[in-house]
Design a protein around this ligand. Structure first.
Ligand SMILES: Nc1ncnc2c1ncn2[C@@H]1O[C@H](COP(=O)(O)OP(=O)(O)O)[C@@H](O)[C@H]1O
Ligand SMILES: [Mg+2]
Length: 536
C-alpha cells in the first residue's frame, strides 16, 4: 500500500504559521479545491446545497489517495507536501500545513471516496467528529477524489448560528471560486448550487477565462501585460481607463498562481492610472507574478494570502513602470528616443575620460562609471558626466524644463502623439467660456482637445509631453487666467517636465543631455535657475 502522506514533526509544525482558517463554507471550499489542484486534477466539479451551508461536494480527477493515505489525511499535521521546514522555501503546492482536512472533519460530516492513480479499486470513508464511523469500504470508481462535506458546524451550534444567509455564503463561495478559477485556467471547473448550473468553465487562455467569468463586456477593455525582469515575470491583464468599477471586486493579484493581498503592490498598480481615472473609481486588474521562492516569504498568515517581498520597493517600481508603459504613459515618447544618437567620443576624449576617471575618489561613483558609457544618473535627480574635460552635474528636472520651453518657443510645427486611450473630462459650465479660449491656444501648440457639451475630450498632445494629469494642468491655467505665450510655455515646462526622484533609462538620459546641449541657453531654466553645476 502506498504511503505518500507523512506526519510533520512537532518541530516543523510549530514553525508553520498556524491558526483556524475555517470559519464558513467559502473557506472550506478554498481548502478542498486547493487540495484537488495540488493533486493535479484537470476536471473539478463543485456541487453545493444551500450556498454550501448544507453541502459542499467536490469531485476531482487528480491522483487520489491510497487507503492508508486517506485514513491519515484527516489527522492533524498529515501532509504529502512537505517534510522539513526548508521545503516551505521552495513550495509549489497550495497546501503544506496538513491541517485543513483534520479541522474540517472535526466540525462537519464527511464522506470521502477516492481511488489512487496506481490502484484498481477505490475506498469510501465516512468521518464524523474527526473519526472514522465505519471501516473503509472498497468501491469501484474512476481515479481521483470525491469529498462531500455536510452540515457545517453541526456539532458547534454557536458557530452554525453565525453562518450568513445562503445567498451571502454563496456570494463568498463564488468570490473564492473566482480566485482559483482565474489562476488555474488550464482546469475545467463546474459549479452548481441547488441544482442550478452557475459556471461551466472549459480550460482556456487567461484572457478567455476572465471573459467567461466577468462577461463579454470586459473583453474590449482588457490590456495585456507581459514583462520579465530579473526579479519578476509579470503577466495578465489590466483594464483600459474607460472601464472601471465603484468597488474593488475585480482586482486580483496572484503570486506563483496563489491569490495574494498586498497593499503596496495594489497602490503601485493604482498610481499607474493617475490622471487617467477619477480617484473614486477602480480599474480592474488580473495580475500574475511569477517569482523565485527565495525572493519572498509566504508563511506569514495561515490563510497564506499575505506575502513579504524582500525587495518590495523595486518590485513596486517595476510594476508601475510596466503598467504605465502598457497604458501608453511614457516620460519621453519612443519616437523621440529613437532619434537620439549621441556621437561617439574621440580618442582624445576617451584618454581624458580615463585619466579623470582614475582620479575619482568616490568609489561608488567610480563603479557606476565603470562602463564605456559617458553619463549616469545619481540620486534619481542628477545626471553626472564629463563635459569639456570637467565633471559636471545636470539637474534632470531643470534640464527638461529648458528642453520643453525651447521646443515650444522655436518650433512652428508641433508633432502630435495620439493617446492610446482618449481621456474624457467633465468640466463645469461656469468655466466653459475660458476653457474654450484655453483649448484654442493649446490646440495651436500641438494638443488636440475637443469640447463636446460639458465633456473635454483629450485626443492628442504634443509629442514632447507625456500624459499626466491634463485636467490639473487646465485648472492651473484657469486659476492664473493668463494666456500669454511665454506664460503658457513656462507653465507647460514646469508641469510636464520629468521630476526629481524619477528613475531614467539610459536612452532617456541620452535624450536629456543631447537636447540640453542643443539649446542656446543650456545653463539656465526659463525661470532663471541653474541647470548645470561644476563639481570639484
Ligand atoms: N483531492 C485530493 N486528492 C489527493 N490527495 C488529497 C486530496 N485532498 C487531500 N489529499 C491529501 O491529504 C493531505 C492532507 O490535506 P490537508 O489537510 O488539506 O493538508 P495539506 O494540503 O496542507 O497537505 C494532503 O497532503 C494530500 O496528500
Ligand atoms: Mg490542503
Amino acid at each position: 500500500m502506498t504511503n505518500v502522506i507523512k506526519f510533520l514533526s512537532k518541530n516543523v509544525s510549530n514553525k508553520i504559521a498556524s491558526g483556524e482558517v475555517i470559519h464558513n463554507p467559502s473557506s472550506i471550499l478554498k481548502e478542498i479545491l486547493e487540495n484537488s489542484i495540488d493533486a493535479y486534477a484537470k476536471n473539478i466539479k463543485i456541487i453545493l446545497k444551500n450556498g454550501g451551508k448544507n453541502r459542499i461536494h467536490i469531485i476531482d480527477d487528480g491522483i487520489g489517495m491510497s487507503k492508508n493515505d486517506a485514513i491519515k489525511s484527516f489527522e492533524r499535521y498529515s501532509t504529502s507536501k512537505i517534510n522539513k521546514i526548508e521545503d516551505i522555501l521552495n513550495i509549489s503546492t497550495k497546501g503544506f500545513r496538513g491541517e485543513a482536512l483534520s479541522y474540517i472533519s472535526s466540525v462537519t460530516q464527511i464522506e470521502i471516496e477516492t481511488r489512487y492513480i496506481e490502484s484498481d479499486i477505490g475506498i469510501r470513508l465516512i468521518i464524523e467528529n474527526g473519526k472514522l464511523k465505519y471501516n473503509p469500504l472498497p468501491i469501484a470508481m474512476d481515479k481521483g477524489c470525491s469529498i462531500c462535506i455536510k452540515n457545517i458546524f453541526y456539532n458547534i451550534p454557536a458557530k452554525r448560528k453565525f453562518l450568513k444567509s445562503s445567498k451571502l455564503e454563496l456570494k463568498n463561495i463564488i468570490n473564492e471560486f473566482y480566485k482559483l478559477a482565474l489562476s488555474h485556467n488550464d482546469i475545467n471547473f463546474y459549479l452548481e448550487n441547488d441544482n442550478k448550473i452557475l459556471f461551466d468553465l472549459k480550460s482556456s487562455s487567461y484572457k478567455e477565462r476572465i471573459i467567461h467569468i466577468f462577461g463579454e463586456k470586459i473583453k474590449k477593455f482588457l490590456i495585456k501585460i507581459k514583462k520579465t525582469t530579473n526579479l519578476v515575470k509579470l503577466q495578465g491583464y489590466i483594464t483600459n481607463p474607460k472601464y472601471y468599477k465603484s468597488n474593488k471586486l475585480e482586482q486580483y493579484l496572484f503570486l506563483n498562481k496563489r491569490f495574494i493581498k498586498n497593499k503596496k503592490i495594489h497602490d503601485a498598480i493604482i498610481t499607474s492610472y493617475e490622471g487617467l481615472i477619477n480617484k473614486k473609481y477602480n480599474p480592474s486588474y488580473f495580475l500574475f507574478l511569477t517569482m523565485e521562492p527565495s525572493k519572498f516569504n509566504i508563511n506569514i498568515s495561515p490563510s497564506k494570502t499575505e506575502v513579504k517581498f524582500y525587495d518590495e520597493i523595486c518590485l513596486c517600481k517595476q510594476i508601475t513602470s510596466t503598467i504605465k508603459e502598457c497604458l501608453g504613459i511614457k516620460k519621453i515618447s519612443n519616437f523621440l528616443l529613437k532619434q537620439v544618437n549621441v556621437k561617439k567620443l574621440s580618442t582624445r576624449e576617451i584618454t581624458y575620460f580615463n585619466n579623470e576617471y582614475k582620479k575619482l575618489k568616490n568609489n561608488k561613483l567610480k563603479k557606476s562609471f565603470n562602463e564605456k558609457y559617458k553619463w549616469i544618473q545619481i540620486y534619481n535627480k542628477y545626471i553626472i558626466g564629463f563635459l569639456n574635460y570637467r565633471l559636471i552635474l545636470v539637474d534632470q528636472n531643470r534640464a527638461h524644463q529648458r528642453i520643453l520651453y525651447d521646443y515650444f518657443d522655436n518650433n512652428s510645427f508641433k508633432k502630435r502623439i495620439k493617446f492610446k486611450f482618449p481621456i474624457e473630462i467633465k468640466i463645469s459650465n461656469k468655466n466653459r467660456f475660458f476653457i474654450k479660449k484655453i483649448l484654442y491656444k493649446l490646440n495651436n501648440l500641438g494638443f488636440k482637445i475637443y469640447l463636446i457639451k460639458d465633456i473635454m475630450l483629450v485626443k492628442y498632445i504634443p509629442i514632447v509631453l507625456y500624459i499626466y494629469n491634463i485636467y490639473k494642468f487646465i485648472e492651473i491655467i484657469i486659476e492664473n487666467g493668463n494666456l500669454n505665450n511665454e506664460f503658457l510655455y513656462k507653465k507647460i515646462c514646469k508641469f510636464f517636465s520629468i521630476k526629481n526622484g524619477e528613475k531614467l533609462s539610459k536612452l532617456e538620459i541620452k535624450y536629456l543631455i543631447k537636447n540640453l546641449f542643443d539649446s542656446n541657453k543650456p545653463y539656465y531654466t526659463p525661470y532663471g535657475r541653474k541647470i548645470i553645476f561644476n563639481i570639484n
